[in-house]
Write a protein that binds this ligand. Structure first.
Ligand code: NAD
Ligand code: UDP
Length: 306
């Protein structure tokens, strides 16, 4: 089962699981996910969509759970922050309860946001983070932190087979066009020759992982030996300033867009970059698709949908 399976990452995961011969139950309340993302899988007898909200208990028989349900972009998770916390916390409790009853392996899609605005750079898994617990990003950051706590308590208390993955910024086809994330925003703005909206001075950094690399890492973690619980960082360690990203997108789209500067959102982290030594050691995983190649595929996708 993939919760959040109709979303950006979830739909790619469902697709790869089907390709590998699994029987896939995609569970989603379609808050930010869409049927379009999984329409190509709908006719397959080994694929099933179940419309359900993860904050409510659910009774099905499954042997592996990928728990991805949660809006991921600031615009979407701040739309209904109480529901965002419920989705992470009640969602984790419900899915862990299901895993306990069915003895399923369960993977949590956690996030680099658990590190908040980090003082340690690049971030290793043992860094405990610097998160504002009462700011506008807290519903997401603290919700995900509490979900990690629940995963490790179920592991210690109930001996569940858990995997916790800390996902760093990921991009690619099927990103929601209106989710306000930087890659989708810049690509759409550039394709329309509209101003590129740089928040702050554009000197804050992110490292961008292409979706195919990320999904390979996610499935690698699920299939790793049982002692690999994580938390484990999965992301691309090549770091760029947001301004560099804007310039790269303008170049690749041959756009006439100019840069326009806007205020930096509250609690926007200044830098973010994964240390992926643990993923290399435990999973033999590292990303293979670099920014330019991944952006070209993403640009082709957005050209088709706008
Ligand atoms: P997304 O918004 O495209 O997907 C989330 C999916 O969860 C959507 O299909 C949405 O409809 C569904 N959902 C939301 N609330 C739900 C609920 N209460 N019940 C059932 N379904 C619900 O986002 P994404 O980028 O695909 O992210 C997937 C997961 O990966 C999320 O948990 C996110 O926190 C995590 N993650 C993503 C990134 C990234 O860069 N994309 C980075 C870090 C972590
Ligand atoms: N950003 C930007 N312009 C945009 C959208 C985002 O400059 O139109 C910046 C944002 O302030 C942040 C970075 O790009 O510093 C990444 O933002 P995103 O929302 O994609 O991810 P997150 O902040 O969660 O890493």
């Amino acid at each position: 089962m993939v919760t959040g399976g109709a979303g950006f990452l979830g739909s790619h995961l469902c697709e790869k699981l089907i390709e590998d011969g699994h029987d896939v139950l995609c569970m989603d309340n379609l808050f930010t996910g869409t049927k379009d993302n999984i329409a190509h899988l709908m006719g397959n007898p080994y694929f099933e969509l179940l419309r359900h909200d993860v904050t409510f208990p659910m009774y099905v028989e499954v042997d592996e759970i990928y728990n991805l349900a949660c809006p991921a972009s600031p615009v979407h998770y701040q739309f209904d922050p109480v529901q965002t916390t419920k989705t992470s916390v009640h969602g984790a409790i419900n899915m862990l309860g299901l895993a306990k009853r069915t003895k399923a392996k369960i993977l949590q899609a956690s996030t680099s946001e658990v590190y908040g605005d980090p003082e340690v750079h690049p971030q290793t898994e043992d860094y405990r983070g610097s998160v504002n617990p009462i700011g506008p990003r807290a519903c997401y950051d603290e919700g995900k932190r509490c979900a990690e706590t629940l995963f490790f308590d179920y592991y210690r208390q109930h001996k569940l087979n858990i995997r916790v993955m800390r996902i760093f910024n990921t991009y690619g086809p099927r990103m929601h066009p209106n989710d306000g994330r930087v890659v989708s925003n810049f690509v759409i703005q550039a394709l329309k020759n509209e101003p590129i909206t740089l928040y702050g001075d554009g000197e804050q950094t992110r490292s961008f992982c292409y979706v195919d690399d990320l999904i390979r890492g996610m499935m690698g973690l699920m299939n790793a030996s049982d002692d690999v619980t994580g938390p484990i960082n999965i992301g691309n360690p090549n770091e760029f300033t947001i301004k560099e990203l804007a310039e790269k997108v303008i170049e690749l789209t041959d756009s006439k867009s100019t840069l326009s500067y806007h205020p930096l959102p509250t609690d926007d982290p200044m830098q973010r970059c994964p240390n992926i030594s643990l993923a290399k050691e435990k999973l033999g995983w590292e990303p293979t698709i670099q920014l330019e190649a991944g952006l070209k595929k993403t640009i082709d996708y957005f050209k088709n949908i706008i």
